[in-house]
Design a protein around this ligand. Sequence first.
Ligand SMILES: C[S@@+](CC[C@H](N)C(=O)[O-])C[C@H]1O[C@@H](n2cnc3c(N)ncnc32)[C@H](O)[C@@H]1O
Length: 343
Amino acid sequence: MSTTPAEAQLIADAPHIPVLLDEVMAALSVQPGETHVDGTFGAGGYTRAILAAGAARVFAFDRDPDAIAAGRALEAESGGRLVLVAERFSRMREALAALGVDSVDGVTLDIGVSSMQLDQAARGFSFQGDGPLDMRMEQAGTSAADFVNDADEAEIADVIHLYGEEPRARRIARAIVAARPLTRTGELADVVRRAMGHHPGMPKDPATRTFQAIRIHLNRELQELEEGLTAAEALLADAGRLAVVSFHSLEDRIVKRFLKSRGGGMGAGSRHRPEAIAATPPSFEAVSRGIRASEAEQRRNPRSRSATLRAAHRTAMPAWPLEPAASAPVSSHHPPPARRGAR
Ligand SMILES: C[S@@+](CC[C@H](N)C(=O)[O-])C[C@H]1O[C@@H](n2cnc3c(N)ncnc32)[C@H](O)[C@@H]1O
């Protein structure tokens, strides 16, 4: 399905249309007086709905200082019910402990980048408009330009292969290294298109997977997701609700596996510690299947086409002991490498 001009205008007019909002709110089942965490504030779509449903307090996290700054007016209007926290959601436990909160009734995560981030060429997330090669959600640390210009060819290939699931990662990495230095998103997109053989009218721009991969790598997005899920597990009170929206299979796999194991659906348990895990009582129940956007929402908001919601209820059992991270990061340039046969 491609985006019609009317759909494109709809997206351009809204800072960020919340995806699967009705389904997320049904899963969170907010009760008056409750305390909730929105781990990914963005433009505040979920937070507004949680406040409107009667939550007494919402702690809304975002690692992007621009999202926090844009939310300050809503925070001021909320009469103390909304507290914005400029922090990664993987650190929600520590951040809430500092605010005197050790348990909450609901946690929601809406993974990935917001439309505001994608639409601002200066943030360097998108190749639709030319901008500096940046892609840093926190606006600090290693930029995309640092990575493509400094990392060695094998590291670049690994990142593109693992986080972009790009079969021609090696060829793209070779082309990137040959074209260095690269400073603009437009330059990187052109290098990838040339390496892949781009034809006008192709359904998907060949640069899409490479941009996704570099963004996920720089922002440690999969590690954040794993750590955010275990932080939510530790914070949620008995019968607390977890709702997670993800946008591609790499993320959804992590959420699905986490809820399947914590919901007692892993049979023999973890290959790391099979006996211990098999004996651990489920910390989640009522684990949902993957919920997709309705056709009407997909027409209204094309971004929702790739979204999957997974939700569950916390049991009274203790949080599970931590397992080694499954999504080993790539590259010694930024996080450490795990070569997986990039071609
Ligand atoms: C898809 S948008 C969320 C949109 C939001 N649900 C709404 O309705 O407006 C994702 C947001 O989460 C933020 N984000 C992504 N990863 C994060 C993390 N690990 N910790 C905190 N914020 C994160 C991004 O900066 C972005 O603003």
